[in-house]
Design a protein around this ligand. Sequence first.
Ligand SMILES: Nc1ncnc2c1ncn2[C@@H]1O[C@H](COP(=O)(O)OP(=O)(O)O)[C@@H](O)[C@H]1O
Ligand SMILES: [Mg+2]
Length: 299
Amino acid sequence: MMPHSDCPTDCNEECSSCTSNETLDPKERQRMQQKAEDDRLRARADRIKHKIFVMSGKGGVGKSTVATNLAIGMSMSGLETGIMDADIHGPNVPKMLNIEDERMTADDDGLFPIQVPPHLKVVSMAFLLAERDSPIIWRGPVKMGALKQFISDVNWGDLDYLVVDLPPGTGDEPLSIAQMLPEADGAIIVTTPQEVALLDARKSINFAKQLGLPVIGIVENMSGFVCPHCGEEIDLFSRGGGEKAAEEFGVPFLGRVPLDPKVVVSGDSGMPIILKDRDSLAAKAFDTIVDNIRNIVEG
Ligand SMILES: Nc1ncnc2c1ncn2[C@@H]1O[C@H](COP(=O)(O)OP(=O)(O)O)[C@@H](O)[C@H]1O
Ligand SMILES: [Mg+2]
């Protein structure tokens, strides 16, 4: 009998795995491969204590900014932390951490996440692209396969927290990640304070509820703006809407992060504000949000 083309042991000759697999009908073989993948995913996921998803109804509200600052904040308090950039088409986390030129390597046990010392590990599609500006043109099932591999085939090791930065909306990615990790602690919903953004936040809350995913709470981003010239605070995008939505749905309000030009500059320069300017209102806001999340998740 010839060696099996998908031999799991890569034996290149006859072996018991491939000769026994060869006799199976294709459906049965596919079922076995699926089970092996699910078992790998479970084994990795069991070593991650807390999993939290950062979601929003639409793009541009600051999800990646929030996810990155929270992950850094957690790692700064000594927690072993991972951040999974699940935005396959627009992976921004590596740029925000100034590691976009890194590429993941692998051994027999899987891919190695990029390390940001001392306690942060990062996985992103950006680390697998040949060129920084290559677009990813993938259909749903391939994308979902990649996201699954971001857990099942990555050497995350033992983590206290995995923060997943999801693409916007209520589409396939959040749906399949929630199904892959049904034990997740829940979702953090990021919104800006205006009414239109709140409509989207409400959709995200309902989506999480339909998935049986607890809502850890709401973050109101770009909430209030302190004029750098006169120091007066103005409510550029209104204010308090995130808190109102939290009340309406009976979910925790985790905190508000002000609109601050320094957040943009720090994100673009690869050093998140929580590290770059510890005294800024935004850094303090992220500290408070990390504390609130830990109180809720760790009880
Ligand atoms: N609190 C804030 N103050 C000022 N700019 C912000 C703030 N939060 C996010 N931004 C900026 O808004 C833009 C979009 O943020 P990003 O995190 O990429 O959003 P998303 O992941 O939801 O698409 C980025 O340029 C980011 O620097
Ligand atoms: Mg993003």
